[in-house]
Design a protein around this ligand. Structure first.
Ligand code: NAD
Length: 257
């Protein structure tokens, strides 16, 4: 399976799952545009290294996914895209009554509204070519809830709904739109939650991972960025031409419970 000649834009891809997806798409032959809100030399080095290792064109474009105009500019600066992966995301945990309004607004902007803007910017080019893939990185929290994650759960349920709507709007035009719903994947986003959880539960690292984080993941194992990358490549393959408007869980059985 080769994605040679396809250009992929992956939002929030200088770290974690986004970078893993960029690696997998590049390994399958796609040219890739990496993104985050920072504009450091190491961000551009990351793209140069990826391009050199896989023999593909890779570029880093700084754009802040909390800002609608930046989301649209990202697609424009990429020169359009055949594959759009909406992956940028942040988390904040608090009871609803104490949830800071600015955190709510930021999570909704980055985890949900950014996808509205990038999809709107990318679809005309995909329609003109008669081929396109939109892959939205939702979460097991796009299908189920947990207390204290109100903004995150709302945004992730929202992106599942947006994926279905877009799929219907472009059905039959060679374009698909789906959401991948990972369970826990050990990335910087999750790593950052471990010390706080250790404090709250008065547990050591291994116990927090086993008894708190993976408690809802029946496999008892983290999913990997490589597995999310491979799932994205599958959704871009001809085998997935008729897979659209749906969710694909990579969650060790979480949502089967
Ligand atoms: P991460 O923190 O490692 O990566 C998040 C990425 O988003 C980073 O590249 C970061 O720079 C970028 N980002 C943050 N704010 C941004 C902004 N304003 N503009 C542009 N980029 C921005 O986290 P991750 O675990 O790799 O998460 C990636 C996605 O996967 C998120 O949408 C997250 O909700 C989802 N997800 C993660 C897990 C998990 O267990 N790690 C599970 C389910 C879903």
């Amino acid at each position: 399976m080769t994605l040679k000649g396809k250009r992929a834009v992956i939002t929030g891809s200088n770290s974690g799952i986004g970078l893993g997806i960029a690696e997998s798409l590049a390994a399958a032959g796609a040219d890739v545009i990496l993104n985050s809100f920072t504009d450091r030399p190491e961000d551009h080095d990351l793209a140069r290294d990826l391009g050199a290792r896989h023999g593909i064109a890779a570029r880093y474009v700084a754009a802040d996914m909390s800002k609608g105009a930046d989301c649209r500019t990202l697609v424009e600066k990429a020169g359009g895209c055949d594959i759009l992966v909406n992956n940028a995301g942040i988390q904040f945990v608090a009871p609803i009554e104490e949830f800071p309004v600015e955190k709510w607004d930021m999570i909704l902007a980055i985890n949900l509204t950014s996808a509205f803007h990038t999809i709107a910017a990318a679809l005309p080019g995909m329609k003109a070519k008669g081929w396109g893939r939109v892959v939205n990185i939702a979460s097991a929290h796009g299908l189920t809830a947990s207390p204290f994650k109100g903004a995150y759960v709302a945004a992730k349920h929202g992106i599942v709904g947006l994926s279905k709507t877009v799929a219907l709007e472009v059905a039959g035009r060679g374009i698909t739109c789906n959401a991948i719903c990972p369970g826990y994947v050990l990335t910087p986003l999750i790593e950052a939650q471990i010390p706080e959880q250790m404090k709250v539960h008065n547990m050591d690292r291994e116990t927090v991972i086993r008894e708190v984080m993976l408690e809802r993941q029946p496999s008892g194992q983290f999913a990997t960025v490589e597995q999310i990358g491979a799932t994205t490549v599958f959704l871009c393959s001809p085998a997935a031409d008729q897979v659209t408007g749906t969710t694909l869980s990579v969650d060790g059985g979480w949502t089967a419970l």
